[in-house]
Structures are given as structure tokens and as C-alpha cells.
Write a protein that binds this ligand. Structure first.
Ligand code: NCC
Length: 418
């Protein structure tokens, strides 16, 4: 009888413990569901178009190839949809996803993630981009090179020329806008930097408490519209560099000319160009961003504002492709990789936060928006998983730092001996 009571007590305790775990998991997940309404999502087919100038061409091509409009890449329209209902089924789905995520290696970014690890939608998007080949990529190198981290660093140092365009690169006929390009190279402006931080915009920065650590670096780089105000505890408040894609500069919703956030730090903008393009051809046509660029420079002549040479991003893309086990999206690398490599050129050591996700990994895109899409972490337009594989390979920090802080430590390449 006494033994039987003991068993019952044990079973009851285990059941209480399991129930407690269930409630805790529900609580964690409910925090990620925007139950107030107005959740913004990017629907399957309308994300990630940097400039609208070739939209019509793309649509035409997609229709020619008999691809439905849903699969074609058309301008991004943020749609308002109803938030997910908080039903028991949804809650259980989320718990199951969470457990699966953790079991399937969300703990650490795997050594090599491939397209097979992506959800079907993202696998399909990758294939569509390969079919479109919007930038006429004609890669002739080998893939799946098994380079050591040191060899890889040497390739990044010598094969990627992280340069920005200067007024001296252009003829007098381009003076209307090229006169506004900076006269001094970025290295001359910042000098030699010691420890630098790169802060990804990922939703997993939320509740990280990394703000102080990030601010302790000599320089901090952020991306696009990622704010610090109101998020200092998690992302810090220092901004030395901001890497921007051309959407930020051109699309009215970012209010680029007037938003004070863009008046801080050194700005580095990039815009995708065809794979083989010569910069003179690219900038011969007056794109909207050049107009906006000139206007901004007139208003803020003291603020350093650079335009990345589009050749640099394709040179980096080549290295990513060569070191990947399969064909990657023929689109430029994300602002994330461009920013990381820029810092590796300027700093002795670069700590990158939540580019490789920590245990806080979530489908929430950004720490500053309630917006859910796995594409933000795993890539759709950008070959993001392959970019992350590369960074994973170069990491000099320990695995626990990835798990706890999404932190990787990369050496600078300025003084690298090859
Ligand atoms: O999303 P984005 O980047 O602004 O994020 C900056 C960099 O942080 C890393 N990141 C972000 C979110 C996440 N969950 N995981 C991550 O690892 C990425 O390295 C990313 O580059 C871009 O690269 O410029 C991008 O820009 C946005 C968007 O244009 C801007 O935010 C302005 O709205 C793109 N999103 C869309 O076009 C919908 C994004 O694909 C890439």
C-alpha cells in the first residue's frame, strides 16, 4: 500500500511537471503571436525586389515561361491580414514546431545547411530565381571547394575588392551627381578600428540583453531601417556604420531624407547591378537613387555617405558560390554579408550578433517589427543560408556563444598573411 502511494505520488509529480512545461512553452509562444491584430506579413510571392525598374521585364519573362503570376516576382506589397487565431490547434502546432526546431539543430547552425533543409516554399523560390537569372549571372568557376578557414579568409582578402565608388571614377558628364560622392575613402575617414560589432536585425535579438556588450565595441554596424531607440537593452545605442540597400533610399515609406535615424554614422548604400556590369554603364542611366543620393548629400554634406561598388558584391557572391555544395540564388548577397566583410576589412576583430541564430531563433523577421517569415533568416532572394555557412566556417569563437548570443567572432583581414 505504501509502495503504491509512492508510485501515485511519483506519477502525479511527473504529470505536474509536464503540465508546467506545457504552460511555460505556451507562454513563450504566445509572446510571439501578435494577438492585438494588424500583423504584417509578406505573402509568398511578393517579397524582396530591390528596385522596380525591371519589374515589367521580369513579369513578361515569367509569363513567357508560363509561370503563374503567383510565382513571379512582382513588387512587394505589404498586406494586412488577420493575425493567427489563438486556437488550441495553433498553440499545439507552435509547441510542436518549437520542439522540432530545437531537435533538428536549431541549437547550432549546422556545419553546412543546404536547400534540402529549407521549407518547400523557400526551396521553390530558390529554383524560380535560378530560372529567372535576373542579373545574367554567368558563373564559370567550380563549386563545392573544400577550403580551410585560412584559405577562405585569403580569398576574401584578395578576390573581393570592397571598394566604394568615388567621383574620380566617373567622367565629367556624370558630374551632376558624381560631384556628391565622397572625396576620401572610407578607410581614411575611420582609420584602423579594433573590436567591431555587426548587429543583425533578426527577431532573435529580442530579449537578448546584448545592448551593453554591443556598445562596448569601438564601432557598431547596423542595417537598413533597424532602430536603436526603444531597443537599447537588446541592441545597444551606438551606430558607427549603417549599410542600406537602395530600397531604403528610394521608397517613400522609409522617409530617408527626413528620418533622423539616417543622419547618424557613416552610410554605405548598395544597389544590385548585372553580374558583368561595368560601373560606367550602370550609372549612365539616372536611377532614382542617384537623384535621392545627391539630394541627401546636398542636405547633409558633412555626413560620410558611400555607394558600394556593385562589382564587390558579385566578387563576394563568387566566393560564396565556389564554397557552396550546390548552385545558389543568382542574386547579390544580403546587406548582412556585405556589412560583415566591410568590417573585416576595417577592424582587427568582428563580433557578429544573431546572423547565425541563437537558441532564441524565431520566425519573427525583425526585433523592431511584428512580422513573421522564415525567408528573413534563411533567405529567398538572397543566398542567405550559404552566406551563413561561410560565416559559420570562419568563426573563431566557441559554439556556446552561437547558442547563447548568436555570436560569431571573425578576425580582421587587414593584416592577414597569406
Ligand atoms: O531584412 P534586412 O535585410 O533589413 O536585415 C538586415 C540583415 O540582417 C540579417 N538578418 C535579418 C533578419 C533575420 N531574421 N535574419 C538575419 O540574418 C540579414 O543578413 C540581413 O541582410 C537586406 O539584406 O538588405 C535585407 O533588406 C530587407 C528590406 O529590403 C529592408 O529591411 C528594408 O525594408 C529585405 N526584405 C525585403 O525586401 C522584404 C531582406 O530580404 C534583406
Amino acid at each position: 500500500m505504501i509502495r503504491c502511494n509512492g508510485k501515485i505520488r511519483l506519477i502525479t509529480t511527473v504529470m505536474f511537471f509536464l503540465l508546467w512545461l506545457l504552460i511555460l512553452n505556451m507562454f513563450i509562444h504566445l509572446k510571439n503571436v501578435d494577438i492585438k491584430g494588424g500583423l504584417k506579413v509578406v505573402s509568398d510571392w511578393n517579397y524582396e525586389v530591390y528596385s522596380q525598374r525591371d519589374t515589367i521585364e521580369r513579369l513578361k519573362t515569367s509569363l513567357d515561361r508560363n509561370i503563374t503570376e503567383k510565382e513571379a516576382i512582382v513588387p512587394r506589397i505589404l498586406q494586412k491580414i488577420k493575425p493567427p487565431a489563438v486556437t488550441m490547434k495553433n498553440i499545439l502546432n507552435r509547441i510542436e514546431n518549437n520542439i522540432l526546431h530545437r531537435r533538428n539543430g536549431a541549437k547550432f547552425w549546422p556545419k553546412q545547411m543546404t536547400s534540402k533543409d529549407l521549407i518547400l516554399r523557400l526551396q521553390k523560390v530558390r529554383r524560380n530565381f535560378q530560372a529567372f537569372n535576373n542579373y545574367s549571372v554567368s558563373f564559370k568557376g567550380k563549386i563545392n571547394l573544400d577550403l580551410s578557414p585560412h584559405e577562405l579568409m585569403c580569398q576574401l582578402k584578395f578576390k573581393v575588392n570592397m571598394t566604394t565608388i568615388m567621383s574620380s571614377d566617373f567622367p565629367a558628364s556624370a558630374k551632376s551627381w558624381s560631384q556628391y560622392l565622397p572625396k576620401k575613402r572610407i578607410e581614411e575617414v575611420v582609420g584602423k578600428l579594433g573590436r567591431c560589432a555587426v548587429v543583425s536585425s533578426a527577431g532573435s535579438m529580442t530579449a537578448s540583453g546584448l545592448g551593453q556588450e554591443i556598445d562596448s565595441h569601438d564601432a557598431v554596424l547596423r542595417f537598413n531601417a533597424a532602430p536603436t531607440d526603444g531597443f537599447q537593452t537588446d541592441v545597444g545605442s551606438k551606430t558607427t556604420f549603417r549599410v542600406l540597400n537602395s530600397q531604403i533610399v528610394t521608397l517613400p515609406q522609409y522617409n530617408f531624407l527626413d528620418n533622423p535615424m539616417y543622419k547618424k554614422g557613416i552610410l554605405v548604400m548598395w544597389d544590385p547591378a548585372p553580374y558583368e556590369a561595368d560601373i560606367h554603364q550602370v550609372y549612365k542611366q539616372e536611377y532614382q537613387f542617384l537623384e535621392r543620393y545627391s539630394k541627401y548629400r546636398k542636405q547633409n554634406p558633412q555626413q560620410p555617405f558611400y555607394i558600394l561598388n556593385p562589382k564587390s558584391s558579385w566578387q563576394l557572391w563568387n566566393i560564396i558560390q565556389e564554397n557552396s555544395p550546390e548552385l545558389i540564388q543568382p542574386n547579390p548577397p544580403s546587406s548582412g554579408s556585405l556589412g560583415i566583410l566591410l568590417m573585416m576589412n576595417l577592424c582587427d576583430e568582428v563580433n557578429v550578433y544573431e546572423f547565425l541564430p541563437s537558441f532564441r531563433q524565431t520566425d519573427r523577421c525583425y526585433y523592431y517589427q511584428r512580422f513573421y517569415d522564415q525567408a528573413c533568416t534563411f533567405g529567398a532572394y538572397h543566398p542567405l543560408i550559404y552566406e551563413k555557412n561561410l560565416v559559420r566556417k570562419l568563426n573563431r569563437g566557441d559554439e556556446n556563444s552561437i547558442f547563447m548570443y548568436g555570436k560569431v567572432t571573425l578576425p580582421g583581414i587587414r593584416n592577414l598573411q597569406c
